[in-house]
Design a protein around this ligand. Sequence first.
Ligand code: C5P
Length: 245
Amino acid sequence: MLAMRAMGSRPKISCPFTVPLYKRRMNARPIIIAVDGLAATGKGTIARRLAAHWDFAYLDTGALYRAVGVAVLQAGGDPTDAQAAQKAATALNPASVQALMEDPALRMPAASDAASKVAAIQGVRDALLKFQKDFAAHPPAGKKGAVLDGRDIGTVIAPDAMIKIFVEASPTIRAHRRFLELQGRGENVTEAAVLADMAERDARDASRATAPTKPTDDAIILDTSDLTADQAFEKAAQIVEDTLK
Ligand code: C5P
């Protein structure tokens, strides 16, 4: 080995991320990866990339709450009205939300605010529970695993997920990221207003009585404050590899 290095050649190291995990786990239960965290921590991008990398199914559970919030607003209702919100959640066809995920209306600040209000209502969470649990237990299209991102995946939806990652980042960095995202979409917002909205939403999501956003004892904390999107993905991918070794 030393002689090899002295000659300038390197031992061959196989890239851990290129081995499809499911090939090593042919008859195993689906591999569930829970990616939780507050807004703009990077959890959505990480989760999407993990799913694409391992060819797992992906579910953005925030889109479900956003769709409910937007439905209430479009009907002229108040997202804090439990009856209206529960009615919208029950009427939602969660399977069609996959198609809705890219709908820009779901990404607007009003949708974020409404989502976090309807999400604090137990009846809404109950109405969306089965779809999410089924998705995790039986990933669609015969996929060998599922990546779900949200707030309560590790605590409520898939408490026995094999891998739980809780993504964090400092509030100012998160607000800056969200500000750039909204600005890029042509929204007329100030960074201070985004920070204030985010703080309000964080407080609601973290302190609500039902399924508050928090890491479980077995979750691995991934702080993305000082990481690029690629670095954050690489760290998350390493966590997956290490857990499944
Ligand atoms: O993740 P995203 O920002 O799209 O989520 C929108 C809102 O939906 C959150 O602020 C939160 O209140 C709610 N949510 C939730 N549980 C989830 C996913 C999202 O309560 N699993």
